[in-house]
Ligand binder design. Structure first.
Ligand SMILES: Cc1ncc(COP(=O)(O)O)c(C=O)c1O
Length: 393
């Protein structure tokens, strides 16, 4: 039977990682992979995560199953983090899931249970897995225009035009902050206008929150989605703990569905729990417990926000340093927009031929469309990257 399997292309990012690992040049520079890196090029364990893990190691008495939907304390802590007081907790259905990708999958599956013919609207461009997951569940994908490559900012009029074509039963995927891959975010007035348009069309927002704290601050980065939660009768949020706690491999995440009434929320809750049961049964607990400790202990919470603040500052200062180095190397302000954008990623709009030359001749690794991970930059490699661009552009 297995000989009848269709051949699937390997994920381009994974393929690039393999080429990078096999590259023996000492001066190779990885700006492709989507993880935070510090000034030494490592993806560190947060000190708050270490502290919480030590506490759990000393006090945990069982590793028996948690509930199918995860630990209620994790629910409460993350619900508070994401929604604050923007919506009545009784209206929120929630389950813990293994990673933000899984949160998106479970929420899209839930939407399909309610609306089998609904379309999934995805920004152009977006994180490739949005389309990948939508395709895997057999949903029709519609793209809404999002990014203006001329200005490096959101093409908001075009976005609004496209979203005004959405309908009840459709899902519109939005990025809470630090849009991946463009780094171009909506401002609060624009979130308000998104609430207006979705309020009119009746489509359901699904906000992908993978980078809270990487944009302007943990709470500031929730303001947009809180606007939707406050103003719309229903919406969903996929919260990933991978980047925000640096617990990539622990698979820490929550799927939230805000329903019009507490009664509908209970039905949604049963739907989400049964999806968990069918797909993987019990969600992982270790990372969730660590996150709960951090979020509920005032001192640890403050320290975690300070850690995230340092990461945010490092990314912002890398953006400014890169723009400065490129201005000098290229004698143009073509890339000035990078300093205005937020989060790990921006796109430079490089085609495959240029990306190959940068990789083969200069050892500079970036992914499709010239997506560049700002945290891969260091004081040492910024001049090398600028020189490589100057040589190839
Ligand atoms: C935009 C976006 N959403 C969701 C995720 C999900 O991450 P994970 O499944 O590792 O939690 C990522 C990770 O790269 C992402 O960039």
């Amino acid at each position: 039977m297995l000989n009848a399997l269709p051949i699937r292309d390997p994920d381009p990012i994974i393929r690039l990682m393999q080429i990078y690992q096999a590259d023996t040049r000492a001066n190779k520079i990885d700006l492709g992979v989507g993880v935070y890196r510090d000034a030494f090029g490592t993806t560190p364990i947060f000190r708050t995560v270490k502290a919480a893990e030590e506490l759990i190691l000393a006090t945990q008495e069982t590793k028996s199953y948690v509930g199918l939907g995860g630990d209620p304390a994790f629910h409460a802590a993350t619900r508070d983090l994401v929604f604050g007081s923007s919506v009545d907790a009784e209206r929120i259905a929630a389950v813990a899931v293994p990673g933000g990708s899984s949160a998106i999958r479970q929420l899209l599956d839930l939407a399909r249970m309610a609306s089998p013919m609904g379309r999934i609207w995805i920004s152009d461009p977006s994180w490739p897995n949005h389309a990948g997951i939508s395709e895997a569940i057999g949903a029709p994908i519609w793209r809404y225009r999002y990014y203006d490559r001329e200005t490096g900012s959101v093409d908001f009029d075009a976005m609004m035009d496209d979203l005004s074509e959405s309908s009840p039963g459709d899902v519109v995927i939005l990025h809470a902050s630090c849009h991946n891959p463009t780094g171009a975010d909506l401002d609060l007035d624009q979130w308000d206008a998104v609430a207006d348009v979705l309020g009119q069309t009746g489509a359901m927002a699904l906000v992908d929150a993978a980078y809270l704290g990487f944009g302007q601050g943990v709470i500031a980065d929730t303001e947009g989605l809180r606007t939707l939660a406050e103003r719309l009768p229903q919406m969903m949020v996929a919260l990933s703990g991978s980047k925000i706690f640096g617990m990539y491999r622990e698979r820490v995440a929550m799927a939230f569905a805000v329903a019009e009434t507490p009664k509908i929320a209970r039905v949604a809750q049963a739907g989400l729990v049964s999806l968990n049961r069918l797909n993987f049964a019990f969600p992982p607990d270790h990372g969730a417990r660590v996150a709960t400790e951090i979020l509920t202990d005032a001192e640890m919470r403050a320290d975690w926000e300070a850690e995230l603040g340092d990461m945010r500052k490092r990314i912002a200062s890398n953006r400014i340093a890169l723009v400065g180095a490129l201005e000098i190397a290229l004698g143009s302000d073509r890339f000035a927009y990078l300093a205005e954008q937020r989060g790990l990623f921006s796109i430079l709009g490089f085609d495959d031929a240029l990306l190959n030359r940068l990789r083969e001749t200069h050892g500079v690794y970036m992914v499709e469309d010239g997506r560049l991970n700002m945290a891969g930059l260091t004081d040492e490699n910024i001049p090398l990257v600028a020189a490589a661009f100057a040589a190839e552009l």
